[in-house]
Design a protein around this ligand. Structure first.
Ligand SMILES: [Zn+2]
Length: 555
């Protein structure tokens, strides 16, 4: 039980914009009272009630990361591929109570939890889980302390699903997706380069939205996208289809990005790392920002949300199920490359990368992420991510917040870019500055709403007691957002004065959609033919999750 008194509260979901409020978190870890009345908070006496005097401090809902990569086989693959990165990692553990960890761009499990909580983020969405490695992913997620987690199941290249969609068996495909979600104990559906990863097993891609996928007779990327979006809607999943579009990272991809938005009319969808999908030009020599066109189009599609996948200059490791893109990146950079084909489900590619402020392409990418965050002037539909660790480590979010809040600082950074890059972006002409309320929306309230997690991202009565409290340090947003004074998770003070003070085990959000159990008779025989694993070993047992929490579907 905790009282927080006198803090200046930013809770945009409840219309609170910089009001001094008192908060009481009850014994169940949820917010029991918030308001100006100090009396009901003061009355909450008794043993074990801690009071935090937040006078002069800023109180935000705990951060929610809508798209990150923190657990599972791909992360371990990356850790193995870039050992030099972990060897130069800075030391960040402060106390003997903490478990061991290694930093670097793919921190190990315990370190990941400490770093997220230390920054004030209390919920993370692991955005890419193959069914075949779901068990291992859940084991790792359990070892990420403090934060609550959800997971997205990779689906747009699953060959059982593609076979059913191609055969026009929509109801069966829907049952298959429902069965796979429950069998993997995941939360939502991720579509990565629809059809392109399946085609990659023949060395091909799916660059055209309306051409049959390699290995199939008729099904197209467009049909996979709209079919999966409809399945997610009809299953009533809390989070819409989470889409990594075709043609990621390619100059001129603005055309397929806008076409994809139009195709999704009538469905909910979340567009992941939109920065990587907002490029003009014909080749790498003419590549330029098309963020203004993408933002303008996006704003007209009220059915869509997005995260930016901003990039920051410096080291990164690109990790994605988009195998063909990773091979192209390897060819472009000549750096190390790893590829995994995950049987008939999905793929995975790893390429370490450095975003250089001297390279025109990287400078344009850096600007595009910020342009989208500023030009999509409906903060409820655009969220802060770096697609960690693809665009940079998640712990660098405060650097982006500073660029959003301080226009003069931002323009100064733009002026440092190569002149040729400055001609290909519009960032230097944008004057918008984020308010504290905008920051609270793009880091917490918006992503929580998009994930369908009704107890996250706000400070209303009944919300989880996930709260981040910052010391107000004017003109130093980067510093302020890097070092929260207090972080509470489920009503427990987990970080204080920059130190992790308590280790809790976060929950895992999963869904149990309705499906026809007869679908097993379709799935089982295919295991004999095309899987290396037996059908009985495939599903993740409920007992493997230590703190599961089933979020209801809307039908
Ligand atoms: Zn991603």
């Amino acid at each position: 039980m905790v009282r927080i008194t006198g803090g200046t509260v930013y809770d945009p979901a409840n219309g609170v914009d910089g009001l001094v409020q008192n908060i009481y978190i009850g014994p169940d870890g949820r917010i029991a009272y918030i308001g100006p009345d100090g009396r009901s908070v003061a009355d909450a006496q008794g043993s074990g009630v801690r009071t935090i005097d937040a006078t002069g401090m800023l109180v935000f809902p705990g951060g929610v990361d809508v798209h990150t990569h923190v657990a599972g086989g791909a992360l371990n693959f990356a850790r193995g591929l870039v050992p030099e990165n972990q060897r130069i990692a800075r030391k960040f553990l402060h106390s003997p109570e903490l478990r061991a960890g290694i930093g670097g761009l793919t921190p190990t499990t315990f370190a990941t939890g400490y770093l997220y909580a230390g920054m004030g983020w209390t919920t993370v969405n692991e955005a890419a889980v193959p069914i075949l490695s779901a068990k291992h992913t859940h084991e790792e997620l359990h070892d990420i302390p403090i934060v609550d987690k959800s997971t997205l199941l990779l689906m747009a290249n699953n060959e059982l699903m593609l076979d059913l969609l191609e055969a026009g068996e929509f109801e069966q495909a829907k049952s298959l997706v429902g069965w796979l979600l429950w069998s993997s104990k995941t939360f939502g559906i991720k579509a990565v380069n629809p059809g392109g990863v399946a085609a990659w097993k023949w060395g091909k891609n799916a660059n055209q939205l309306h051409q049959p996928i390699e290995g199939y007779t008729s099904i197209t990327a467009a049909q996979i996208i709209t079919g999966l979006a409809r399945i997610v809607d009809e299953l009533g999943l809390p989070h819409p289809m989470h889409l990594h579009q075709n043609n990621l990272g390619v100059p001129g991809n603005v055309a397929s990005t806008i076409e994809t938005m139009n195709m999704l009319q009538g469905h909910r969808a979340h567009l992941a790392h939109l920065q990587f999908h907002a490029y003009g030009g014909h080749d790498w020599g003419t590549m330029k920002s098309e963020a203004p066109a993408v933002a303008a189009e996006f704003l007209t599609h009220k059915n869509l949300t997005c995260d930016v996948g901003a990039v920051l200059f410096g080291d990164a490791v690109t990790i994605t199920a988009d195998g063909p893109w990773q091979h192209l990146l390897y060819e472009l950079t000549g750096r190390k490359w790893g590829n995994l084909d995950v049987e008939n489900e999905t793929g995975c590619g790893i390429v370490p990368y450095v975003y250089s402020d001297h390279k025109i392409v990287n400078a344009v990418q850096w600007a595009v992420g910020l342009e989208l965050l500023l030009l999509i002037d409906d903060p409820w539909r655009v969220y802060l991510t770096t697609d960690h660790p693809n665009g940079g480590g998640f712990w660098r979010y405060p650097e982006i917040i500073r660029l959003l809040m301080d226009v003069e600082f931002r323009k100064g950074e733009v002026r440092k870019l190569p002149p040729e890059a400055q001609n290909r972006i519009t960032l230097g002409e944008i004057d918008r500055q984020y308010t504290y309320a905008d920051v609270a929306i793009v880091t917490s309230a918006g992503p929580a709403r998009a994930l369908g997690l009704t107890q996250k991202g706000h400070l209303g009565v009944g919300a989880d007691g996930d709260i981040t409290i910052y010391s107000a340090t004017p003109d130093a947003e980067g510093v302020m957002f890097s070092y929260p004074r207090y972080v509470l998770k489920g009503g427990q003070v987990v970080v204080e004065e920059g130190q992790v003070r308590a280790i809790s085990e976060g929950r895992e959000f999963i869904v149990h959609p309705a499906f026809d159990p007869g679908i097993e008779e379709f799935i089982r025989p295919s295991f004999q033919k095309v899987y290396t694993m037996s059908f009985e070993n495939y599903p993740t047992e409920m007992t493997r999750l230590r703190h599961p929490h089933v979020v209801p579907c809307s039908r």
